[in-house]
Design a protein around this ligand. Structure first.
Ligand code: PLP
Length: 374
């Protein structure tokens, strides 16, 4: 097969004229900041995932941070799995907490409840349960022995049925390569009304939204004057992490397209599952197919990445275990993660791929293993 002319990315966002129209409407409206589009996005998203409350923020990382700040979680220990993105290890450090990195189960590479139980410290106050690659983390098992706060990290599970409904709160990511991308962005969802009320003012320096003050909603304004209520009074230490209408407009369009985009990702996954060489271990089933995380023999993984790179196929590794990063190095062993991560390779899987692109990946992966078996 001839080598293609342009790179096939491992992930990328995908948009059409609907996104351009939605952005144009917001640009023309004169209201670009946090306003009616954010409110609409929060309402629709909460409905989709079956949550009582949703707060749109700038990223899942910012969302995790605000949840811990709203809970005044500081000086305690926070556990999370080692196969994850840096956010889950570092956000505890932002809050002067210790990061307790736990090993994973060999199938889904989700946090291992048995290892978690052994790793718990007297002051472990929260667990960040990541739904790795869209597969639901074993939160019900964790509840059997842990009665602290469980934050469900749904960055990869938008939308796996049941995601976001098992923790005390959940965070979602709309970063550029996620299943519902807006460039960057995130959502916090929870059924806990008191937690919701505490998080909300933290998203903007303790101020109620400017838009609501143009609409005569003066929740923390001073006095009761006609017109735009410019004045406000601050009594909590807040941050700046709210989503704006330009982003929410993209989110609303991407949310409408989500069923189709997930169906296409599942099609890619099904073709890979059916057609790839038997040396390629298929990923644990996922509803969302955030990425196609295959596994190959550890002696061949890096060679395969280079071989595919030469054919202009980009791949990735999700993830190098967090405990291997010096910033959060832990004084212990990780039997499963240390062995499995060396076998991980994510193959291209996104909405901009065609059936020909899938065939191209299958051809070169299979060619690699045929050459190896000679
Ligand atoms: C498991 C996990 N958690 C959190 C995040 C952070 O998301 P964001 O980029 O929206 O902050 C990511 C991003 O890749 C992730 O993979």
């Amino acid at each position: 097969m001839e080598i293609r002319k342009s790179v096939l990315p491992v992930s990328r966002p995908f948009s059409g004229s609907e996104e351009i129209q939605a952005l144009t409407e917001v640009l023309d409206s004169g209201w670009w900041g946090k306003g009616p589009k954010v409110a609409e996005f929060e309402k629709s998203f909460a409905e989709m995932v079956g949550a009582k409350h949703a707060i749109a923020v700038t990223s899942a990382s910012a969302g995790q941070d605000l949840v811990f700040k709203a809970l005044s979680m500081t000086g305690v220990d926070i556990a999370s799995p080692t196969i994850s993105f840096m956010t889950t290890a570092v956000v505890p450090l932002w809050n002067d907490c210790t990061t307790n990195i736990v090993d994973v189960d060999p199938q889904a590479l989700n946090i291992d409840p048995i290892d978690l139980r052994k790793s718990l410290k007297a002051n472990t106050a929260a667990v960040i349960a990541v739904n790795n690659a869209g597969v639901l983390a074993p939160i019900d098992d964790i509840r059997n022995f842990f009665d602290g706060f469980i934050l469900e990290d749904c960055a990869h599970s938008c939308y796996t049925p049941g995601a976001g409904s098992r923790g005390d709160a959940a965070v979602w990511s709309f970063q550029a390569v996620k299943t519902m991308p807006t460039g960057d962005g995130g959502m916090i969802t929870t059924n806990d009304s008191s937690l919701y009320e505490r998080i909300l003012p933290l998203t903007w320096l303790g101020i109620s939204s400017t838009y609501s003050r143009t609409q005569g909603n003066n929740s923390n304004s001073v006095g009761n004057r006609p017109g735009y209520t410019w004045d406000y009074q601050i009594d909590v230490l807040g941050y700046k992490a709210y989503m704006i209408d330009l982003t929410a407009a993209l989110g609303l369009v991407q949310m409408k397209k989500l069923p189709l985009s997930l169906a296409w990702r599942r099609h890619i996954q099904e073709r890979y599952n059916l057609e790839l060489h038997p040396e390629v271990q298929r990923p644990a089933h996922t509803e969302t197919v955030q990425y196609y995380g295959a596994r190959v023999h550890s002696n061949l993984r890096d060679e395969l990445i280079t071989y595919l790179g030469e054919k202009l196929i980009h791949t990735s590794v999700h993830y190098k275990p967090l405990h291997l990063h010096p910033i959060v190095k832990q004084d212990r062993d990780y039997k499963i993660a240390d062995q499995e991560w060396l076998r991980l390779i994510s193959l291209p899987c996104h909405g901009a791929m065609t059936d020909d692109d899938i065939s191209y990946v299958v051809y070169w992966v299979n060619k690699f293993f045929e050459l190896k078996s000679k």
